[in-house]
Design a protein. Structure first.
Length: 219
């Protein structure tokens, strides 16, 4: 049987009541430090890696490629944040423009391609700007743990998937299908739903990549 919130709070109270003053102080320090440590771990992950991504493979189909250099003996797919340093149940960690300047251009562009900046208005046109620039909700366990939903392509006219707003603060949005989808059909979403700042950046990057490929093919 699932415990109620009241039962859980009572159990926590019993545990705390049995602690000494020194133990309570140490627990408080750990709880206070955990969010700061998680933020630091995310920044270290973005700056030092390992970061990998999917790409078109010359061997076969889709392959996994190193975005950062990866040393020998390292798990290339490890999560950025250890289990003991989560600090909260939030699905994302807030990272600013200024902090992203500390990471490589390749990792920074990867963040821009996945994470839409927070916006200040309901229409999604105005990115929220703080003292350190725009702010982005970076996946709380890093770039190597993103599931397939992060790879939805854009469809301007006929998206078959739509965004569902988060149910609670600290959560990412989810998705739902807009109509019946036949097997073998690519799932797509309208990037306008993710904010105009994100849409414009992704479309601009797509055009730039297409022009670069065309120029390379002409050589």
């Amino acid at each position: 049987m699932k415990a109620s919130q009241g039962d859980i709070l009572c159990d926590i109270g019993d545990v705390l009541a049995d602690m000494s003053k020194a133990e309570l102080l140490e627990t408080w320090k750990v709880m206070k430090k955990a969010p700061e440590e998680r933020h630091a771990q995310i920044l270290r992950h973005l700056r030092d890696g390992p970061v990998v991504k999917l790409g078109v493979s010359p061997i076969h189909g889709v392959g996994v490629f190193a975005v950062t250099a990866i040393s020998s003996g390292v798990d290339p797919f490890r999560a950025a944040v250890s289990e003991g340093s989560k600090g909260s149940d939030d699905e994302y960690e807030i990272v600013s423009d200024e902090e992203l300047l500390e990471v490589s251009p390749e990792v920074r562009e990867l963040c821009f391609s996945f994470f839409a900046p927070f916006t200040t208005t309901e229409d999604g046109y105005s990115p929220e700007v703080g003292e350190d620039g725009k702010i982005y909700p970076v996946n709380a366990t890093g770039l190597n743990t993103l599931d397939v939903s992060w790879y939805l392509n854009h469809s301007e006219c006929h998206p078959n998937v739509e965004l569902v707003e988060p149910k609670a603060p600290g959560e990412f949005n989810t998705y739902r299908t807009k109509r019946d989808i036949q097997a073998g059909t690519e799932l797509t979403i309208d990037y306008h739903q993710l904010g105009e700042a994100y849409y414009n950046r992704v479309i601009e990057a797509t055009v730039h990549d297409a022009e670069r490929r065309a120029s390379r093919d002409d050589q």
